[in-house]
Design a protein around this ligand. Structure first.
Ligand code: FES
Ligand code: FES
Length: 207
């Protein structure tokens, strides 16, 4: 492969793992953004005009938002369709695949089944919140180095679950890593490369 081609591949992989390359820009007409807010109140507030909607405040990747959402909206929908953070994927929409994994107050959750109103007053971390500018998070770097993905659909969920694992257990065994990521399915069956990525991420994160 020519050097130029290698460089392009490396750049596109980095962009992809930061959660940006597959952004669809899809917008929902039912959600109304109220803009950034200073803080995040804990309790959802009923809207004046429609009892089926609530105003909530939450922080996502360190940025505070106030949004007006239908009470039935999930956190995944809020992230993807309102805040345009499409690095979080929705595969099954029923707690089966782990593609939608994000952190809420430091705990990993399936955002496809968390009502957005339950995230009021919380701090949410998504794949877009890991890199610092152009510098990938060590976990993302490890996935690049080991090609820990094929189609990439499951990758943001795998990375968020890896982060949750390494936050509580910086030096996991391979069995512990397999167990921690058992809720993240990969339809490309890239599990060997994913496991190598997780073990390297553990080393990089401790360096
Ligand atoms: S989309 Fe949430 S677990 Fe599959
Ligand atoms: S890399 Fe394709 S689903 Fe995991």
């Amino acid at each position: 492969m020519a050097n130029d081609d290698r460089e392009k591949l490396s750049v596109s992989r980095r962009a992809f793992l930061k959660g940006g390359a597959l952004a669809t820009g899809a917008l929902s007409s039912t959600l109304i953004p109220l803009g950034p807010a200073e803080g995040a109140d804990r309790a959802p507030e009923a809207t004046d005009l429609d009892p089926r909607r609530s105003k909530i405040e939450l922080k996502v990747n360190g940025v505070a938002y106030r949004v007006d959402v239908p009470n039935t909206t999930t956190l995944a929908t809020l992230l993807r369709e309102e805040l345009h953070l499409t690095g979080t994927k929705v595969g099954c929409d029923r707690m089966q695949c782990g593609a939608c994994t994000v952190h809420v107050n430091g705990r990993s959750v399936y955002s496809c089944t968390v009502p957005a109103v339950d995230a009021a007053g919380t701090e949410v971390l998504t794949i877009e919140g890991l890199a610092k500018g152009d510098t990938l998070h060590p976990i993302q770097q490890a996935f690049v180095e080991h090609s820990g993905f094929q189609c990439g659909f499951c990758t943001s969920g795998q990375i968020m679950s890896t982060k949750a694992l390494l936050d509580r257990n910086p030096q996991p065994t391979e069995d512990e890593a397999r167990q921690a990521l058992s809720g993240n399915l990969c339809r490309c069956s890239a599990y060997k490369k994913i496991l190598e990525s997780v073990m390297t991420a553990s080393r990089l994160s401790r360096a």
